[in-house]
Design a protein around this ligand. Structure first.
Ligand SMILES: Cc1cc2nc3c(=O)[nH]c(=O)nc-3n(C[C@H](O)[C@H](O)[C@H](O)COP(=O)(O)OP(=O)(O)OC[C@H]3O[C@@H](n4cnc5c(N)ncnc54)[C@H](O)[C@@H]3O)c2cc1C
Length: 537
């Protein structure tokens, strides 16, 4: 075996793990012209339905990727979550059409991503396992080296030493990449094991709902899948193995009456964890998906969070590799995504513990909380959170915000208020071609919201973009922008290639906009606000 690594001149990113996160990262990189290898130790793709729910923000990403039609053809819409306590209805949270998740078994989601990957010219190399990194630089500085040497084992026993400029560890909960970069995986594992049976049934169940049966003896979740299959998911009674009779006994004890589990499709038992990596990045190595965070399936967020990690990371890597952004851009990946992951771990932990309470006082408190949320309409606040519509990365610099204390800054702090870091409302972004299957995935946008007759400052804003080929300028119609953003003042939204608002300001804030462009894309070639003719300062 040669000790010299194979420095592939045609490789930009090695992705370890060909699950949903790895394939999403590969697709997002390929469609930005980045050269990718994606390897997976498993000889075949998973045939298991595992994760079921795709929430609207993930559907946006799949739409931008050109894969949404394929998802719609195979998926089922879930219209409500219904909660029960000791079989008594507690609360029903109905989803409006724009917030409803789709149910698609993970094996199908992976098929859709695999097909799209193939169309983009990529392919998961199967039977290739990452063993370790050789001589990994632990300084954490990207510029300390020109790449990472990965030691890969092929199924025929061949060992390959591969030098890659960047590595994404999307290799699942037991991540070898995470172990290699030496970060911890903090959190806990629930004492209770969980059992899962996917099956056709005799009897009646709503075909478009998730039903949560809570009881002091444990929880049972029943979710409709496509093709008349239902998932039965429960805490596993101590000392028992998963089986149809075991799950039938759980259904008879605490679940919907008159339902017989007839024809099982898949059954499994597993432990649930609530953990996240201490660091999501070490220099040129990144963690994404289950490699970076694992949590309870309550609320079906696991796979969605992984897809969103991949999406967040890929455009940044692409911009840096294409020399269109400074490498510091990559330092935002960890803080942005670990904050999201920690929140998901925390929220799903609360839900899971609520399922599992068994003392009478705690049961009463939980049931009262559900009833109150249902009657007061509080639950309506949570729908957008689950849908991924409240996703917002905290602002890091004052220049991301408008100067002074305008009303939109105050509104941005309220639930549902739009603020920098949030996703530009999808209808507005689609209207201006910022997102969608035909949008340029590399492009930044300055979306101007001018008032009538505004000329001077909008011209200045256009000059700021003039020498940056990756920035385009769009003018939003006043009424449309106001309707979707809530801010009626003349100003701008600087929108990243992933659709998140990098900065918002008003007509007097153009120095802030200039500063944000420099932070995101590097120093401006020659033009400044003082010299609109384009002379060097
Ligand atoms: C039984 C079960 C039920 C679940 N139900 C739900 C649910 O209802 N909702 C939900 O949101 N989530 C659920 N999940 C979690 C969901 O499946 C994961 O969040 C999702 O698979 C994460 O995707 P990923 O791509 O990050 O990791 P994975 O899907 O784990 O993919 C990682 C890939 O990396 C490969 N790999 C591992 N090590 C190496 C190595 N050293 N070298 C090369 N390749 C490697 C693996 O073969 C695998 O293909 C469930 C999980 C299980 C096990």
């Amino acid at each position: 075996m040669s000790q010299e690594p194979n420095t592939q001149s045609d490789l930009d990113v090695l992705i370890v793990g060909g699950g949903p996160t790895g394939m999403m990262a590969a697709c997002e990189l390929l469609r930005r012209g980045i050269r990718v290898r994606i390897v997976d130790r498993a000889p075949e793709p998973t045939a298991f339905p595992k994760a079921l729910l795709l929430w609207p923000r993930s559907l946006d990403l799949l739409e931008d990727l050109g894969a949404l039609d394929a998802v719609h053809r195979a998926a089922l819409r879930i219209n409500a979550f219904a909660y029960f306590s000791d079989r008594k209805p507690l609360a029903t949270f109905e989803f409006t059409e724009d917030l409803a998740p789709l149910c698609l078994p993970q094996s199908e989601t992976e098929r859709v991503l695999r097909d799209r990957l193939r169309e983009l010219g990529g392919k998961v190399e199967r039977g290739v396992r990452l063993l370790c990194f050789d001589g990994l630089d632990f300084s954490g500085r990207i510029s300390a080296t020109d790449g990472v040497t990965a030691v890969l084992e092929h199924t025929d026993g061949r060992i390959e030493r591969l030098r890659a400029p960047f590595v994404i560890g999307a290799d699942g909960a037991g991540s070898a990449v995470r172990a290699q970069i030496g970060t911890d995986f903090r959190g806990s594992t629930y004492e209770t094991a969980f059992a899962l049976v996917d099956a056709r049934i005799d009897g009646e169940l709503p075909p478009d709902q998730a039903l949560y049966y809570q009881s002091p003896k444990g929880a049972l979740v029943v979710v409709a899948l496509p093709d008349g299959v239902y998932r039965f998911f429960s805490s596993l009674p101590p000392g028992q193995q998963v089986s149809v009779p075991m799950m039938q006994a759980v259904v008879d004890e605490r679940g919907p009456r008159g339902v017989r589990i007839a024809d099982p499709v898949w059954q499994s038992v597993f432990r649930v964890h609530a953990r996240h990596a201490g660091e999501f990045q070490l220099g040129r190595v990144f963690l994404a998906g289950d490699a970076a965070h694992v949590h309870s399936p309550a609320g079906g967020q696991g796979l969605n969070t992984g897809l969103q990690d991949a999406h967040n990371l890929a455009w940044k890597l692409a911009a840096v590799i294409r020399a269109e952004a400074p490498e510091e851009l990559l330092l935002s990946y960890g803080p942005e995504r670990s904050a999201v992951a920690q929140k998901v771990v925390r929220d799903t932990d609360i839900q899971t513990r609520a399922w599992l309470v068994n003392s009478p006082a705690k049961v009463r408190a939980r049931d009262a909380a559900f009833t109150l949320a249902d009657r007061s309409g509080l639950s309506r606040l949570y729908g957008p959170v689950m849908a991924g519509r409240r996703l917002a990365y905290p602002a890091q610099r004052p220049s991301q915000l408008p100067g002074g204390l305008p009303a939109c800054r105050v509104r941005g702090q309220l639930p549902g208020g739009l603020r920098p870091g949030a996703v530009l409302p999808r209808p507005l972004a689609l209207h201006h071609g910022l997102v969608g299957p035909d949008a340029d995935p590399l492009s930044w946008t300055i979306l101007l919201t001018p008032g009538p007759g505004d000329q001077e400052w909008t011209t200045q804003a256009e000059h700021l973009a003039a020498r940056r080929p990756q920035v385009r300028v769009e003018r939003a119609a006043h009424g449309l922008a106001l309707r979707h953003t809530g801010c009626g003042r003349a100003g701008y939204y600087l929108v990243r290639p992933d659709g998140h608002i990098a900065a918002h300001g008003h007509s007097g804030d153009l120095e802030r906009l200039e500063s944000e462009l420099v932070t995101a894309l590097g120093p401006m070639p020659a033009y400044t606000l003082d010299s609109p003719s384009g002379e060097a300062r």
